[in-house]
Every structure is written in C-alpha cells, then in structure tokens.
Design a protein. Structure first.
Length: 165
C-alpha cells in the first residue's frame, strides 16, 4: 500500500481525512502539493529532469507531504530525498498557495548557491539537475521543452521578488 497522506478542503485547511498514495481521493478533498524554486546569486534557477519512466520532463523540486507533515516539512523532505540536500535551516518564502480543484498547493522560494557536484540525485526519480537563466527557460518554452504551466512558477517568483523590493 502507498504512503499515507493528509487531505485538505478547498480552502487548503487540513482535514482529519487521509488517503494512501495511488488510491482514489474522496470527492471534496484534495492532496497537498509542495514545490520549491531555488535561485542562486547569479539569478539562475535550479531545475531537475525526471527519469524517462516518470515523464522525462524538467521541473522544480516538489512532491506531496507525508501524513503528519506540514507543507514546509514536506518540502524539506522532498529536497532531502530528491537532491540529497539538508534545507532544514533555509529561509523558505511562501510566494503562492491555493487549491485549484484538483490539488491544494504551496509554492516556496529559496535563495541559495549550490554546487551541482554536491547534489546527490535520487536516481530512481531524476536523471539530471542544472542551473538555468530566465532566458534559457523562456527558450525552453519556445522549443516546447517546457510548457506555460511549468515556467509560471519562475514568473511568479520574479513578480513576487519585484513587489518585495
């Protein structure tokens, strides 16, 4: 049986309901998805490429918190599992959240310089990690390597940072 996860209501409030990964979710309840955009001091964004059996696409680090974890604890776990990095003392900024009728989500941002060689990818999930400039990401949309949904998290981070200046 898959790992146990908590369910949320349409307002992103945790409920007393859970489900097992891979099982159906009761109507009116939603899983939590967490993601983190990591940006270095050069303004580049860290992307990870999924293995072909998981779609083979580029994306940000993310996943579903396990039952009993807060969304923030969940993203710290995902960074550790997928990248082999301890982000437990990082300054996470929540820049977007909501519930879209399919999932509830929390999107975080962290400024951090990371040496790619220090990353220990979860090989059953990922094939590669790389830093990308915003121009490179925009070109990836033009060449259909990324879609508008995938690049929207970077645009939202840039807009958030601009507002916070």
């Amino acid at each position: 049986m898959g790992e146990l996860r908590d369910l949320y209501d349409i307002n992103s409030n945790i409920t007393n309901k859970t489900y097992h990964k891979g099982k159906s979710i009761p109507k009116g309840y939603y899983p939590m998805v967490v993601m983190v955009v990591i940006r270095n001091s050069k303004g580049e964004f860290l992307m990870q490429k999924r293995v072909p059996s998981k779609g083979g696409d580029w994306g940000v680090t993310g996943g579903h918190p396990k039952s009993g974890q807060t969304p923030l604890e969940g993203i710290i776990t995902e960074v550790k599992e997928e990248l082999g990095l301890d982000f437990s003392h990082e300054n996470f900024i929540e820049y977007d959240s909501g519930c879209d009728g399919k999932d509830c989500y929390k999107m975080y941002f962290v400024n951090k310089d990371i040496d790619i060689n220090e990353i220990k990818i979860q090989e059953e999930e990922l094939s590669e990690v790389r830093w990308f400039s915003m121009d490179e990401l925009n070109n990836m949309v033009k060449t259909k390597e990324l879609n508008e949904d995938q690049i929207s998290c970077f645009i939202k981070v840039c807009n958030y940072l601009e507002r916070e200046k």
